[in-house]
Design a protein around this ligand. Structure first.
Ligand code: PHE
Length: 523
């Protein structure tokens, strides 16, 4: 038996005894929510094991559809209630002519009709170790390409540092590294670390620091390096060129770069390699929809969630402003975002209600511009990746598709901090574009003239979403176990909020728990 099969068996026995919450803790302990092992959560319910059992799934986002897909494969009768007219939830790709609706505005996507001109306004990157969602991509034939998350040619910008001029990431990285190496070399040579370093290690460390930080061999000082690029020649070609002078150390310390932006790609979930589906992130929900679409009732917002003696009863509207209908089922998988769920009349326990009330969603905002010219590639040799600024827009993302083609869609803002998020959310779509252009100008002079048009998404104002993703990493205990026959799903019940991997893992946990209960009741 494979190690993974043994783990699965172990998790089944844990789940049988104590429910979904215990499975999560056990998965955590086994490292299954971490890299490399997530694939172990692939479900293998016996075909036909759900025959005669019914499940109502609330929400046709990635989590809800993954649950419906797995349940249907095992023979359960599934009905999926989707509040909006489209499947996918927060997985939203904007293309020519699409409508982007918010509670107080409606935008029509202005991009040209071309396969590389789209904006992933929701999820946009998949790290290599998100094995469950990547497993679905493999199973469904969703083509992937590399998403460039880290680019040394991209820019760091602080309004109050370096005269407000952006500096290339390669300079910041090289110089900060050099200065740190120089300081450590000094400490070693001044015998400050003799209590922890033996004589041989001291020699080795000095040797390492010369290479690590590009120090001068003779005096162990950092005087700049061509690792950070050249001052007058774009690179050393026929002439050697002159390396940039190192950036001022004090200014580097005062800038915000090192707080998280500089080591962003060191975070496990931001580690290269990352991927994007070719043609847009919504290839994933479309693949699910192709398989479970027949079970989805669109434009059917949930109005009530009730417990019954035999399971659940869910009341929903039949189309916008339509009559009320009810679905009765043995179980429910509820993947409605907590921000929306809290306002739906329900029979939940006080603990469940308190947990739902307590989840706070990030005020995420994205702005996607269509540029008439790929100036970031032509003028600055930036191919994909992210520039960072301390202005509200926070980030500029350059597209990882369509290199060298005529136009491109640039993410002109990706905001996830509360204050700037709320500021942009409050603006009209037109004002968001103006504000994002004004801030983008600080990084790329002439930016505004290059932009033909744009669209924005403030997730707080997205109907039936009301937010980006749960803030923080501790999902409430009450949402990790069922309340009656209602099992909760979505990234909000996992330690991976804001990731599709969380969404599909949550679906698997709910399906697995339902399967064990159904089997236990002799079904
Ligand atoms: N997965 C999203 C992203 O990479 C949102 C997210 C950001 C989730 C940071 C957690 C932490 O941008």
């Amino acid at each position: 038996m494979t190690a993974n099969a043994t783990k699965r068996q172990f998790l089944r026995s844990v789940g049988g005894a104590a429910g979904a919450a215990a499975v999560y803790r056990a998965m955590d302990a086994l490292g299954m929510l971490g890299p490399g092992e997530a694939q172990a959560s692939a479900l293998d319910l016996p075909p036909g094991s759900g025959a005669g059992k019914s499940v109502v799934v609330l929400g046709a986002g990635v989590s809800g559809m993954a649950a419906a897909y797995e349940l249907s494969k095992a023979g359960y009768g599934c009905t999926v209630l989707e509040a909006t007219a489209r499947a996918g939830g927060r997985n939203l790709t904007a293309r020519a002519g699409d409508a982007i609706e918010e509670t107080d505005s409606r935008q029509t996507v202005c991009y040209d009709d071309a396969d590389h001109l789209y904006a992933n306004l929701g999820p946009a990157r998949i790290p290599y170790h998100h094995r469950t969602v990547l497993g679905y991509c493999r199973e469904f034939g969703v083509d992937l390409e590399v998403f460039t998350n880290d680019n040394r040619a991209a820019l760091f910008h602080n309004e109050g540092r370096f005269g407000g001029r952006p500096v290339a990431a390669r300079r910041v990285m090289t110089d900060l590294r050099g200065y740190i190496a120089e300081l450590l070399a000094k400490a070693v040579n001044r015998e400050a670390l003799d209590d922890v370093l033996g004589a041989e290690d001291k020699e080795r460390i000095l040797d390492m620091l010369v290479r690590f930080g590009a120090l001068e061999e003779k005096d162990l000082l950092y005087k700049g390096s061509n690792r950070g690029g050249y001052r007058d020649a774009p690179n050393a070609g026929l002439l050697a060129g002159e390396a940039n002078d190192p950036l001022d150390f004090g200014e580097l310390l005062r800038a915000d770069f090192w707080r998280y932006k500089l080591h962003f790609s060191h975070f496990l979930n931001q580690n290269p390699t990352l991927f994007q589906p070719v043609g847009g992130m919504d290839a994933i929900p479309r693949a699910f929809e192709a398989r479970v679409g027949r079970s989805i009732r669109y434009s059917s917002p949930v109005r009530e969630i009730r417990k019954t003696s035999g399971g659940v009863r869910v009341v929903h509207a039949d189309g916008p402003g339509g009559d009320l209908k009810a679905v009765e089922a043995d179980f429910a998988v509820c993947a409605v975002p907590a921000t929306v769920l809290k306002d739906i009349p329900n029979d939940f326990s006080p603990e469940t209600r308190a947990a739902i009330e307590g989840v706070e969603f990030v005020e995420a905002v994205k702005v996607g511009f269509q540029a008439r010219r790929r100036f970031w590639e032509e003028d600055a040799a930036i191919y994909g990746g992210i520039s960072w600024t301390d202005r509200d827009i926070t980030q500029i993302w350059y597209p990882s598709q369509g290199y060298h083609r005529a136009k491109g869609v640039v993410m002109g803002a990706y905001i996830w901090d509360k204050e700037p998020g709320l500021r942009f959310t409050a603006m009209s779509p037109a004002d968001r574009l103006d504000a994002a252009v004004a801030e983008g100008e600080r990084l790329h002079p002439g930016y505004g003239k290059e932009m033909e048009c744009g669209v924005s998404r403030a997730w707080l104002k997205a109907p039936f979403q009301k937010g980006g993703w749960p803030r923080g990493y501790e999902p409430p205990e009450a949402l990790r176990r069922p309340d009656g026959a209602i099992h909760f799903a979505g990234d909000q019940v996992t330690a991976l909020p804001g990731w599709q991997e969380g969404a599909v893992l949550a679906a698997h946990a709910a399906v697995d728990a339902i399967h064990r209960r159904a089997a236990g009741s002799g079904g």
